[in-house]
Write a protein that binds this ligand. Structure first.
Ligand code: SAM
Length: 213
């Protein structure tokens, strides 16, 4: 099902500059229609963000592709995701062979995503809580991906990144962000690349935005 729509999306992602064949393969094979509300399934392979309830969204496929490419996922790489949402980004990372740990602050979204992982037979570790403080128990991570907009880079996430690891995070205002790609060179030393311009829902927490809005 959705064969034609899928191929059209892959073609569009290529045209938009996505070059990593493994990332394209993951997007081709992970059934995005199962991560969106039933009434929106017909739109699952459009290159757009879609509402998933609780005022949140599943990110645009192009954004998922850019962030996943930036993370440079390898087999058995330990990756922490902040902002589980629908669970789609986590499923893409799992498809690429990562050992995925994901945190969601909203209890309803957390429960739905956990159920989806179970239904799909995906072994993804889930936690309901404030991802801005990371998940110390399993640190360090070789990759950390934040799928909500941060006012700044949370220090606990920098601390929980392994040397040589990469942290991908949209940073900026509540309405527009720049994607930061940090590579940890040494305990307190990072190399930084930046990609403009993104629009995410806010990262709310101790080391994120303070108020809900
Ligand atoms: N990665 C998701 C997917 O594949 O569907 C999309 C994420 S959505 C754009 C952002 C998510 O981050 C929302 O579900 C929101 O509730 C969550 N979020 C916001 N602040 C958070 C925090 N401090 N810790 C964990 N999750 C947070």
């Amino acid at each position: 099902m959705y064969e034609e729509e899928r191929e059209k999306l892959i073609k569009e992602l290529r045209q938009q500059g996505i070059r990593d064949e493994k990332v394209l393969e993951a997007i081709r094979n992970v059934p995005r229609e199962l991560f969106v509300p039933e009434v929106l399934r017909h739109q699952a392979y459009k290159n757009i963000a879609l509402p998933i309830g609780k005022g949140q969204t599943i990110s645009q496929p192009l954004t998922v592709a850019i962030m996943t490419e930036a993370l440079k996922v390898t087999k058995n790489m330990k990756v922490l995701e902040i902002g589980t949402g629908s669970g789609y980004q986590a499923a893409i990372l799992d498809y690429l062979g990562a050992k995925v740990y994901t945190i969601e602050r909203d209890f309803d979204l957390f429960k739905e995503a956990r159920q989806r992982f179970q239904d799909l037979g995906l072994k993804i570790a889930t936690l309901c809580g404030d991802g801005t403080i990371g998940w110390k128990e399993f640190a360090p991570y070789e990759g950390i991906i934040v799928t909500a907009a941060a006012p700044d880079i949370p220090k606990p996430l920098k601390d929980q990144l392994a040397v040589g690891g990469r942290l991908v995070i949209p940073v900026g205002s509540k309405t527009s962000q720049i994607m930061y790609i940090l590579t940890k060179i040494d305990q307190n030393e990072f190399e930084v690349e930046k990609i403009p311009a993104f629009q995410f829902v806010p990262l709310i927490g101790i080391e994120g935005w303070k108020n809900e809005f």
